[in-house]
Design a protein around this ligand. Structure first.
Ligand SMILES: N[C@@H](CCC(=O)N[C@@H](CS)C(=O)NCC(=O)O)C(=O)O
Length: 259
């Protein structure tokens, strides 16, 4: 069994490169990737912080590994990438958005009555939904993915809100059978919004030379734009390729079957 595991790991390593040879890729739907950062993970059950302990509901002191509910190539990919970038110890469970069943046979509507991804089940069992909230939670707990300074968090939320309510929303008609006029309106709105975000780049990424959760979200929107053959400004094309080359991004894309 051990020999077989080593063989699979070697095979995966030679096929995908060292960045992708994580045990996460060796299971189909639901798995737990203990990264090399797990020892430093402040949410790891072995090393709870007072702030985390304070948020545990008194009636439920059980702790489980955090779990992301996702659907391949959906907007939950942004959260998936951000969790990988953070090096968090987490599980993933795929959701079939048509049947609303999860890979382990749970009724997703019972988990969140919103019925859409992403949802993040925290290690105390609480469920977070909405990209903006989940990405903000990740940045708050893993500050390397946030924005520093007095207005840092506010600026990050400002950008996440823009990506969510202006860009993500504009891309929606492209996924559904919209009328020709609706498609045209969507394309024009997307072009304007991508133009604004392109001018907002403050270095390699939106807030400078370090990646933040906002970059993870923007990257997914750019993948969608690419899928639908939409033009993006040249700086954003370079940004997209820069993101695509990041080891954490490669892992998330491979897990979702997108590489
Ligand atoms: N307001 C939500 C929207 C999330 C969303 O649109 N999720 C889509 C995938 S990208 C979905 O799950 N759609 C399936 C459905 O609504 O049934 C957020 O920003 O997180």
């Amino acid at each position: 069994m051990l020999i077989l595991g080593v063989y699979h790991k070697r095979k995966l390593h030679s096929k995908l490169g060292p960045a992708l040879a994580s045990p996460a890729l060796q299971a189909n739907h639901s798995f737990n990737w203990r990264s090399k950062h797990a020892r430093l993970n402040p949410l790891h059950p072995a090393r709870p912080r007072m702030r985390d302990l304070a948020s545990i509901p008194s009636a439920n002191t059980e702790r489980h590994p955090m779990k992301l509910f996702y659907c391949p190539f959906a907007c939950s990919l942004a959260d998936h990438i951000a969790l990988e970038e953070a090096g968090i110890d987490f599980e993933r469970e795929r959701v079939d958005l048509k049947s609303k069943m999860t890979a382990t046979g749970r009724n997703y509507n019972e988990l969140t009555s919103k019925g859409y991804v992403p949802a993040l089940e925290l290690d105390n069992g609480e469920i977070l939904t909405e990209n903006v909230a989940i990405l903000d939670w990740i940045a708050s707990h893993y500050p390397k993915l946030g924005v520093r300074g007095e207005l840092g968090r506010t600026r990050l939320l400002e950008t996440l809100a823009y990506i969510s309510t202006e860009l993500h929303r504009s891309l929606r008609p492209l996924w559904h059978s919209a009328s020709a006029q609706e498609m045209e309106d969507a394309r024009s709105a997307i072009e304007t919004r991508l133009g604004y975000l392109s001018e907002s780049l403050a270095g390699d990424y939106l807030f400078g030379d370090d990646v933040t959760v906002a970059d993870c979200y923007l990257f997914v929107m750019l993948l969608w734009a690419e899928r639908f053959g939409l033009e993006a400004p040249r700086p954003l094309l370079a940004f997209r390729e820069r993101m695509r080359a990041r080891p954490a991004v490669k892992v998330a894309l491979a897990v979702e079957g997108l590489s």
